[in-house]
Design a protein around this ligand. Sequence first.
Ligand SMILES: O=C(CO)[C@@H](O)[C@H](O)COP(=O)(O)O
Ligand SMILES: [Fe+2]
Length: 219
Amino acid sequence: MIKIAPSILSADFAKLGAEIAEAQSGGADWIHVDVMDGHFVPNLTLGPPIVQAIRPHTTLPLDVHLMIEQPERYIADFAKAGADYITVHAETCQHLHRVIHLIKEHGVKAGAAINPGTPAHVLQEVLPDLDLVLVMTVNPGFGGQQFIGRTVQKIKQLREWISQGSRPETHIEVDGGITAETAPLVTRAGADVLVAGSAVFGTADRAAAIEEIRKSVQV
Ligand SMILES: O=C(CO)[C@@H](O)[C@H](O)COP(=O)(O)O
Ligand SMILES: [Fe+2]
């Protein structure tokens, strides 16, 4: 089952509750929350108080994507705010295994992300510990960028390792430039969670946008 996770980065921040409710009634499976610190990525977004504020507006899992340096400093706060998944970037963790287990100790599902320029093998040793692998299909920092096609090979490689390992249910999420055109490329390679920001919140009819992506990946 393919899951669609609209990214609120492209939503209207002045009415986030309503935007999220619309995504849920329009058929979204998860809500993706992009956290940026202005250091790891050249943009600033939001923190735990916003996650806490949006929590009552949806029953869907909140999928928190941390694009921040030293993410271990904020795991407890995001867990307390109501995150269901917390994903950290491998590039930001000196002790990736330790941070993954810190997330789990807080009762939250753990994800690890890699940038387009980071090879898949960086995650190989921690795959048995992960609930989710996030393959960035653009360089993190902004919505509305163009999908980088070379990432597809990396998704294939990770899906192969995951399906041969002890935890075949681990999700592969893709993030960046996902549309009805690019979605089939990544699902064929083994991705099962599709983040879509501008493709969903950049259109007036969110339900139609989600349906269009879902249809594009139906075999
Ligand atoms: O993490 C990020 C960007 O760094 C994303 O989650 C974006 O929000 C995706 O936006 P689109 O490429 O789908 O517009
Ligand atoms: Fe994201």
